[in-house]
Every structure is written in structure tokens, then in C-alpha cells.
Design a protein around this ligand. Structure first.
Ligand SMILES: C[S@@+](CC[C@H](N)C(=O)[O-])C[C@H]1O[C@@H](n2cnc3c(N)ncnc32)[C@H](O)[C@@H]1O
Length: 438
């Protein structure tokens, strides 16, 4: 009887639904069962979350790919490329951009998908065939030569490749030869400032290192390319530079700057000397190229001590220094974010000789010079005349600046225009500044 009586409350509880059927007869079964269902719920939620994230990721990737394709189409439109054009995708990787270029040039055009890894060229060729893109041809290049047919390409394109180049100058020469006269080179890479030391050659192809846009521009110029424009305005990615160069006419080989500033005679230095009676015992030079030629005659005429300020905007590596005039030993300092780390000694004159156009950290450098310049000190700015005001980066890459830009920037830094002269060289101007109010 007793078991029957003990069952009555149980039956009641079952009837009102307070005890789930499966729990009967399982001692201590309720808590673990609840735990299992929580686990099951958690797993289900996690799977749903992961699925949602994967969907979002896929949607983002698709959007990015679409934006990337739109940017390439805008680039092609800007430089007049379209059906029947010839494009070289240098360092094509898996061909993401190659397929877009193939669509832009159509079957009458040609896309060279160039790579240094043989496996990649094979996959690119196979993928092109699978997609029926007869206009795509994979090309196996080597570290210093893209191995493209000469005078055949309308645009060579490098996306996230330049910083890998272990022989950038040789590659630039190879690309220059492959381009038609007037053909474009577009370099897209990460923008990290003005001086990013090149990694040792052996490591560049294997690992990720970055390079400064100023280095790219300088190397391209020295290998015969003309800077055309910065084109970030049509680009989809943030934090990159998009530099466009051109193979100019009138150059037989890719071995020199196609747009050199005119030469400066030593006589030009006469216009850069302090007024008679003005003390001049220590001067600072920020001088490059032709401007550097004027260091020796200025020092001869003034007998001043000197410091050579090397701009990080110019250097391609931290230990790089432009040559000094023969027989001169001048201490040199490399700027860091515009700071030349000058010692405590006062400076009577600062000479920007063919360098002011290059300043990316102008306000910082001018502020440091303010601190050292004696009250009646002078800042000389000799530079190439730009016909109109351009952005700071374009001024740097074109190596010319509008005198109005210089005057405005100097005024912001606390220097008044004291004197303006025209130099014997037709492409230059010379402005002399003093502290405001002196
Ligand atoms: C970061 S991936 C970029 C791939 C592709 N351009 C993209 O944006 O998807 C760099 C590619 O450059 C290639 N590369 C490195 N050095 C090269 C060289 N000297 N010539 C051609 N390709 C090179 C590598 O094999 C790699 O596929």
C-alpha cells in the first residue's frame, strides 16, 4: 500500500505539469537536464552569431571588392584607358585586380598578370582560361625585371607590391622600358610617413616592410619617371598613397630625372650673403641638388661655422646623407618629424636651397629654427617657382612651390618677408625672411 500512497502526490504534480516526464526515476536529474539545455541553447546562439558574422564578413568583402573595382574603373577613366588598352598588373597575386582590368580592356585589349612566383603565374593563367579571358596573359618576371615586351604597355599598376621590391630601381627601369611613351605607372601602397627605413634586401620579398611615398617618388624620378598626380581622391582604401607617374618623351633611357631644375652658378651665392655689417658666425643649410652647390661659396664668403640639416622627407634610409662640398666637414643632423635637434648655439642665417618645396613637417621645423635664430637673423628660401599653389604633397613630388605659399607659411611661423629677389636662374625665386617685426 505504502508505495501507492507515496505515488499520489507525484501523480498530482505530473498532472499539473510541474515535473517533466523524463525526470521521473532519475535521482538528481533535474539540475543537469537544465544545464544541458542551457549548453544546447548557448551552442545554438553561438552558431547563429557565427553565421551572422560570416554573412556580414562576406557582405563586407563583396562591398570592398565592388569599391576596389569601382576605383580601378575610375583610374582607367581618368587616364583614358578602356577597350583595347594594355595594362600590366605587376605583382598580381591572386588576380583580384587582373579580372577587373580584363573587363576594362575587353577582348581587344591585353592584361599582363605579372608575378615572380611561378605557382602564382600558373594559377593566374589557369583561372584566366577558366573564366574565358583570352586577353589575360600571366608573365613570370624576376626580382629586377618584369619581363614584359618593350614599348607595349599603357599602364603598369602595382598594388601593395612596391614595398616588397628588393631591386626597386631595376624594376622601375624594366617597367619604364615596357611602357609606351606617355604610358602611366601607378603605385598604391601604405602611407606611413616620410621616412620608413628600407629593410635589408634579402628580407623585403618575404616579409612585410613599408616604404615612404617620398622614397617611391624619388626613386621613380631618378629612373626616368615624371610625377603626374596623387590620386587618393578616387581610391577606396584609407591610409594609402596613390602615386601616378608617366614615362615621358624625350628621354632615351630610364637613367635620370626627366625634369631637372636648371643649374645654379656659384655667382648665385652672392645674392645669398648677409648684408655688410650683419654678424654671421653660424649658419644652417637645408640644401639639396643644385642648391647644395652654393654651400661652399657661402661658407667661403662668410667664414661661418655651419650645420647641415638633412630632411627626413628626402632620405630613403636613416643613415643616408647627401654629399658635402669637397673639402668641407660640416656636422649633419637628420630631422625627426621636423625636429633637427639643433644644439643650444644661436644661428644667424638659415638657407633653404632647393628644399623648401619638400617640407612635410614645415611648421615643426620652422618652430625649432625660430628658437635658435638670433633676433636679426635671416631665413633664405631659394626654390623652383610653381605657377600656381598646389597641395604640400604635390609641391614636394613636383619639386616646385608657389612663392605665395612660402610667404604665407613663413608668416604663420612668425617670419615676415624682408626682401624678394629674382635669381639668374629663370625657374627660381629667392625670398628673404626675418623675425616678424624686426
Ligand atoms: C601583398 S601581395 C599583393 C598582390 C596584389 N597586387 C593585390 O593587391 O592583391 C604582393 C605580391 O607582390 C609579388 N612580388 C613581390 N616582389 C615582386 C617583384 N619583384 N615583381 C613582381 N611581383 C613581386 C608577390 O609575389 C605578391 O604576390
Amino acid at each position: 500500500m505504502l508505495p501507492k500512497i507515496r505515488c499520489i502526490p507525484l501523480v498530482l504534480l505530473l498532472l499539473v505539469g510541474l515535473i517533466p516526464l523524463g525526470a521521473i526515476g532519475q535521482e538528481g536529474a533535474s539540475p543537469p537536464r537544465q544545464g544541458k539545455s542551457r549548453e544546447w541553447n548557448d551552442a545554438e546562439k553561438r552558431a547563429a552569431r557565427e553565421k551572422e558574422e560570416a554573412q556580414k564578413r562576406a557582405a563586407r568583402q563583396q562591398q570592398d571588392a565592388q569599391r576596389g573595382a569601382d576605383a580601378l574603373r575610375a583610374l582607367a577613366r581618368r587616364f583614358d584607358l578602356g577597350p583595347a588598352s594594355v595594362i600590366a598588373d605587376i605583382g598580381a597575386g591572386r588576380g583580384r585586380d587582373t579580372w577587373v582590368f580584363a573587363d576594362i580592356v575587353g577582348k581587344e585589349g591585353k592584361v599582363y598578370a605579372e608575378e615572380i612566383e611561378e605557382g602564382k603565374t600558373k594559377s593566374l593563367q589557369a583561372a584566366a582560361e577558366q573564366r574565358g579571358l583570352v586577353q589575360v596573359q600571366a608573365v613570370l618576371g624576376d626580382l629586377g625585371d618584369p619581363r614584359l615586351p618593350a614599348d607595349s604597355v599603357d599602364m603598369a599598376f602595382m598594388h601593395q607590391v612596391y614595398h616588397h621590391l628588393s631591386q626597386p630601381r631595376e624594376m622601375l627601369q624594366g617597367i619604364w622600358r615596357a611602357l609606351k611613351t606617355g604610358g602611366y605607372l601607378v603605385v598604391v601602397d601604405r602611407r606611413l610617413g616620410t621616412l620608413v627605413d628600407w629593410a635589408p634586401v634579402a628580407e623585403r620579398t618575404r616579409r612585410h616592410f613599408w616604404t615612404a611615398e617620398t622614397t617611391v617618388v624619388r626613386e621613380a624620378r631618378e629612373q626616368g619617371f615624371l610625377f603626374v598626380a596623387c590620386a587618393e581622391d578616387i581610391w577606396h582604401e584609407k591610409g594609402v598613397f596613390v602615386l601616378v607617374f608617366q614615362r615621358p618623351g624625350g628621354l632615351a633611357a630610364p637613367d635620370r630625372d626627366p625634369d631637372p631644375p636648371s643649374t645654379l652658378s656659384e655667382a648665385s651665392a652672392r645674392q645669398l650673403l648677409p648684408a655688410p655689417g650683419q654678424p654671421c658666425s653660424r649658419v644652417a643649410f637645408v640644401a639639396l641638388g643644385e642648391g647644395r652647390k652654393l654651400i661652399a661659396p657661402i661658407l667661403e664668403a662668410t667664414s661661418a661655422a655651419a650645420v647641415d640639416i638633412v630632411l627626413e622627407e628626402w632620405a630613403t634610409q636613416k643613415d643616408e646623407r647627401p654629399p658635402l662640398p669637397a673639402g668641407r666637414e660640416i656636422p649633419s643632423t637628420l630631422t625627426v618629424s621636423g625636429d633637427p635637434k639643433l644644439g643650444p648655439d644661436p644661428i644667424d642665417a638659415v638657407y633653404f636651397l632647393d628644399t623648401y618645396h619638400l617640407l612635410f613637417h614645415g611648421p615643426q621645423l620652422l618652430a625649432r629654427l625660430q628658437e635658435r635664430l638670433v633676433p636679426r637673423g635671416r631665413i633664405y628660401v631659394l626654390d623652383r617657382h610653381a605657377p600656381k599653389a598646389v597641395t604640400r604633397r604635390e609641391a614636394s613630388h613636383r619639386r616646385m612651390i608657389a612663392p605665395e605659399t612660402v610667404t604665407e607659411e613663413m608668416a604663420n611661423a612668425g617670419f615676415d618677408l624682408y626682401r624678394e629677389e629674382s635669381l639668374p636662374a629663370a625657374d627660381r625665386f629667392l625670398l628673404v625672411f626675418g623675425r616678424a617685426g624686426t
